[in-house]
Design a protein around this ligand. Structure first.
Ligand code: NAD
Length: 270
C-alpha cells in the first residue's frame, strides 16, 4: 500500500458539484486520476466545474439533475455509466439548509423540501448506483452529512433531522452491502466557507457581510478557530473513496476543526 492516493481507472459521480464542497471534491477526485461525472441542479455552475477539471488535464462530464426527482436521478446515473463505462465512487454531497426557524414556525412545504433533497435525494442516488456497484464487484459511497446531524443546533429542525438520518443510513448501508465489497462512509463537516454555510446564495451584499462575520465569529470559538475551505473536506472524501481506506465502512468522520469535541456552539452559530 502506498501513501499516494491513486484513483486512475475509477469513475466518480459527485452530486451538487457546481459549488462549494462538491466542486472542490470533484476537482480533487479528478486530480487523483478519477473520471468524474459532475452533477448539479444549476447547469452553469456544473459546467464551470467541468471546465476547471478539463483545463487541469482531467476528465469530466456534466449532467444536470435535481436529486429530489427520481427520474432525473435514474437518468443521471445511466448517463455517468454510459459515458465512462461504469461507476466506482458515489459522493452524495448535494444538500440544502432550509429555513432558519424553530419547528412550529416552519411551513410543511419548507420541511418537506429539505427532506426531499437531503434524504430522499440520497436514497434515490444510492438506489440507482448500487446495482452498478454490485455488477462491478464493489464500490464506495461517501455521504456528506453534517455536525448538525450529531448534535441539536439552533433553528435548523429539518436540516438536523435529515443529516441525522443520513448518518444512520450510512451505518445501515454499511451493514447491508459490506458483504458485496461496497463501503459506505459519511463525513460531518463543521464550519466550511461556502454559500450554504452562509445560508444561501441569495443574500444581499449587506446580508452576506453580516452572515460571514457571524460565521467567522462562531468558527472562531471552535478548537481550530476558523472556517475551513471546501477542499479540506474534499481531501477526506478522496481518501475515503480510495483503496487507502479499504477497511473503513460505516465510519462517521468529523471534518470540523474540533467543533463537536467542544460544548460551545455560541449564540453566533446561526
Ligand atoms: N458549508 C458548510 O458549512 C457545511 C457544513 C456541514 C455540511 N455541509 C453539507 O455539505 C454539502 C455541500 O454543501 P456546500 O456547503 O458545498 O453548499 P453549496 O450551496 O455551496 O453547494 C451545494 C450545491 O448543491 C446543489 N444543489 C442543491 N440542491 C440540489 C438538488 N436538489 N439537486 C442537485 N443539486 C443541488 C447546489 O446547486 C449547489 O451547487 C451539503 O450536503 C451540506 O449540507 C456543509
Amino acid at each position: 500500500m502506498t501513501t499516494t492516493i491513486e484513483l486512475a481507472g475509477k469513475v466518480a459521480l459527485v452530486t451538487g458539484s457546481g459549488n462549494g464542497i462538491g466542486r472542490a471534491t470533484a476537482k480533487a477526485l479528478a486530480q487523483a486520476g478519477a473520471k468524474v461525472c459532475v452533477s448539479d441542479a444549476i447547469a452553469a455552475d456544473g459546467a464551470r466545474t467541468v471546465q476547471e477539471i478539463t483545463d487541469a488535464g482531467g476528465s469530466a462530464i456534466f449532467v444536470e439533475a435535481d436529486i429530489s426527482v427520481e427520474a432525473q436521478v435514474k437518468a443521471l446515473v445511466d448517463a455517468a455509466v454510459s459515458a465512462f463505462g461504469g461507476l466506482d465512487i458515489l459522493v452524495n454531497n448535494a444538500g440544502i439548509g432550509g429555513a432558519q426557524k424553530r419547528l412550529h414556525e416552519v411551513e410543511t412545504a419548507e420541511f418537506s423540501r429539505v427532506l426531499d433533497v437531503n434524504l430522499l435525494g440520497t436514497f434515490f442516488m444510492t438506489k440507482y448506483t448500487i446495482p452498478h456497484f454490485l455488477k462491478a464487484g464493489g464500490g464506495s459511497i461517501v455521504n456528506i452529512a453534517s455536525t448538525y446531524g450529531l448534535v441539536g443546533a439552533p433553528k435548523a429542525p429539518a436540516y438536523c433531522a435529515t443529516k441525522g438520518g443520513i448518518i444512520n443510513l450510512t451505518r445501515q448501508l454499511a451493514v447491508d452491502y459490506g458483504p458485496d465489497n461496497i463501503r459506505v462512509n459519511a463525513i460531518c463537516p463543521g464550519y466550511i466557507d461556502t454559500s450554504l454555510g452562509r445560508r444561501g446564495p441569495t443574500l444581499t451584499e449587506e446580508q452576506f457581510k453580516e452572515a460571514t462575520a457571524r460565521r467567522e465569529k462562531a468558527a472562531g470559538m471552535q478548537p481550530l478557530g476558523r472556517q475551513a475551505q471546501p477542499i479540506e473536506v474534499g481531501n477526506v472524501v478522496v481518501f475515503l473513496s480510495s483503496p487507502n481506506a479499504s477497511f473503513m465502512t460505516g465510519s462517521i468522520v468529523t471534518v470540523d476543526g474540533g467543533c463537536v469535541t467542544t460544548f460551545n456552539y455560541g449564540e453566533a452559530s446561526n
